[in-house]
Design a protein around this ligand. Sequence first.
Ligand code: 3PG
Length: 307
Amino acid sequence: MKILVATSKPFAPVAVEGIRQVVEENGYELSLLEKYTDKQDLLGAAADADAIIVRSDKIDEEVFSAARQLKIVVRAGAGYDNIDLEAATRHGVVVMNTPGQNANAVAELVLGMLVFAVRNFYNGKAGSELKGKTLGLLAFGNVGRNVARIAKGFDMDVMAYDAFCPADAIQAAGVTPVASRDELFDKCDIVSLHIPATPETVRSINAQVVGRMKKNGILVNTARKEVIDEESLLQLLSDERPDLKYVTDVMPDAHVAYAAQLEGRYFSTPKKMGAQTAEANINAGLAAARQIAGYLKDGITKYQVNK
Ligand code: 3PG
């Protein structure tokens, strides 16, 4: 059986070696397609693959149609908005993610970006400290929980709102639950986004909600660019709230306009790098390879996300 690793943004080499070991130990063959830019290359490589490991690579109807032997796709990571789940189900392909495996890496980046932001992007001018600030987590999944853990080391007060996580579970993690998204934006100096991109959340972060933030607030986005209403947020930040900062690991489509209009208050990484650590690549990549073996050998579907 052939296991294809198709990553336009490749894993660290040490993670690829680990994946190879798991694949070969299980008697499968590894095929590598890294840094590809042409979809035809993906379609060609997928044609005889029994399983595919991807990152944010788009896996759509065309890929499922081309991959005639495909049984399983594992997204080595958390968000699976890049995979057409309905097409997968139509083609009888199981889709899984590897929840939590890269959460610490993303969480560390959140705090790194926040230090960068409160210190005025290291421009030498007096900034401020994170200690004593209130940090709001919009969604309390694996990344949110890790951000809370690290933020407490900075002596921050941490609050969270999650439409799907009960308040007592948030409280049990030592974080203050709030009753609504609006309340989170009202009460926090900094809000960090950890919601997935779904039909309900796409373009949900707009001027109405961000405009509620306290003076000198910071919005940090390590989730997905699609959850931002880019036009509305840019208008708010440039016209009505010149005190707010926006730092993001997911570059807006309107990056050039953001950078031009929000000088000194906006920063985007050039390429999403939250999960771009050797450790996260090893954790997520090996978990993906093991989940594939678990499914192909024993039918284990624990992390299946399509039905
Ligand atoms: C995820 O959903 O796991 C993160 O956004 C990481 O995505 P990446 O594998 O494309 O870096």
